[in-house]
Write a protein that binds this ligand. Structure first.
Ligand SMILES: *[C@@H]1O[C@H](CO)[C@@H](O)[C@H](O)[C@H]1NC(C)=O
Ligand SMILES: *[C@@H]1O[C@H](CO)[C@@H](O)[C@H](O)[C@H]1NC(C)=O
Length: 320
């Protein structure tokens, strides 16, 4: 009898599932369209939108190569050779020494960047992958600069989970904040849709890395005695603020004064944000000052040794 009841229960559950599946509306269902009809004459993409959204490609190429190589030991060309459009392979990128979970997380973030690169190039146009330096030396130089000391031994971004997460902390903030920064410039409805979809995931990426680091905030980063995870993130954030030269738009995962936290009430700072917990916005120039490590959007270097590409970034070179 009990078996019978269980069987009935199972069948009922299966029917329920089928019913739900049937009720899931299809994409062409009019009830699933945006509630506000497009106003007459609405334009999907403006030429200036294309320039702004293409700018994000620069940072996304860097992130894609970083996360994919760290997780898989292979990069964008392994997943979709077309997307790099013949641009040079990154230098110095390699598989990091990661545990299973961290590998999965890094791979997922890398795959997401591949999607974003495809989405931007297909709808906004693009350019070949720029030259990218992801060598351990590059990260070691960033960490020395951020920590204001020559770390001994040099910081190895590929050595293990914690180092990889700390190195990962450097990048998504730049992309997320510049995405916030360009938002007011976008005018077309398709541009805004693409932008919002990417920003949602980019901000999520930053939060994932920050949360993983927050969970280890008070741990010392071996072998640097007394230097905690919280301190590394604080100093990397200060480094970004210093390079970009536009004030305090960035904080570590654990702040020193709770008045810097959400509603001035907490030292935890898993999502870095300003007044009213609104994400900070950076301009393309600020993003380049950080990615170039040069404090100057006209002077390439750092992660993009030959400079970023696209109309916006190349416009700065013409000013130089
Ligand atoms: C790459 O481009 C070629 C030629 O346009 C096309 O045939 C191929 O399907 C593309 N590959 C991928 C993975 O999209
Ligand atoms: C920028 O893209 C163009 C093609 O659009 C290419 O010819 C050029 O080499 C690229 N420059 C850099 C710095 O990657």
């Amino acid at each position: 009898m009990a078996a019978m009841a269980r069987l009935h229960g199972t069948i009922f559950f299966l029917l329920l599932l089928l019913g739900t599946a049937a009720a899931v509306p299809q994409n062409d269902d009019p009830r699933c369209r945006p509630t506000l009809p497009l106003r007459r004459g609405a334009i999907a993409v403006y030429p200036s939108d294309m320039e702004q959204l293409q700018f994000l490609l620069n940072a996304k190429f860097v992130e894609a190569e970083w996360f994919l190589h760290g997780a898989l030991g292979r990069g964008l060309d392994y997943l979709d050779r077309n997307l790099s459009a013949g641009g040079p392979a990154p230098t110095g990128a390699r598989k990091a020494n990661l545990d299973f979970r961290t590998t999965e997380i890094a791979a997922e973030l890398g795959y997401q960047e591949v999607g974003h690169i495809r989405a931007i190039t297909q709808s906004m146009g693009g350019f070949p992958r720029p030259a990218i330096d992801l060598s351990a030396d590059r990260f070691a130089a960033v960490m020395d600069d951020a920590m204001g000391a020559r770390l001994d031994p040099p910081f190895d971004a590929y050595a293990g989970d914690l180092n990889f997460l700390l190195a990962s902390y450097i990048l998504p903030h730049v992309t997320a904040s510049v995405a916030v920064g360009i938002a007011p410039n976008l005018m077309g409805y398709a541009s805004k849709r693409l932008h919002a979809g990417m920003l949602a995931v980019e901000a999520g990426q930053e939060a994932v890395i920050r949360l993983l680091l927050y969970q280890r905030a008070d741990e010392a980063v071996a072998p640097y005695k007394g230097r905690t995870v919280a301190e590394f993130t604080r100093r990397i954030s200060d480094w970004r603020n210093g390079l970009s030269g536009c004030g305090a738009k960035d904080e570590g995962v654990k702040v020193l004064d709770r008045r810097q936290g959400a509603e001035r009430r907490t030292v935890s700072n898993i999502l870095g944000a300003g007044v009213d917990s609104l994400g900070y916005g950076r301009t393309p120039a600020e993003a380049l000052r950080i990615l170039y490590g040069s404090r100057n959007e006209q002077v390439p270097g750092g992660f993009l040794p030959s400079g970023a590409n696209g109309t916006v970034a190349r416009g700065f070179f013409q000013l130089a």
